[in-house]
Design a protein. Structure first.
Length: 69
């Protein structure tokens, strides 16, 4: 999840406290329960910094909302 936050640029919002603890905890649980780990690894290996999160990511909407525009 940390790599996804870094690549999408959403980590900056977390560092500024723009995501609540319960929202972050829910995101961690969604990530741990995700069955797309191989697709995620492949996407992360090719993605450029600032990329929009992939649609298969269960946290895509959250990460997209936290990305800088």
């Amino acid at each position: 999840m940390g790599d996804m936050l870094d690549i999408t640029g959403a980590m900056t919002a977390l560092e500024r406290g723009l995501c609540g603890d319960s929202e972050l905890q829910s995101a961690v649980i969604r990530c741990l329960n995700c069955r797309n780990d191989e697709a995620c690894k492949a996407w992360l290996a090719k993605a450029e910094h600032g990329a929009q999160p992939p649609s298969f990511c269960p946290n895509a909407a959250l990460f997209d909302g936290l990305r800088p525009r």
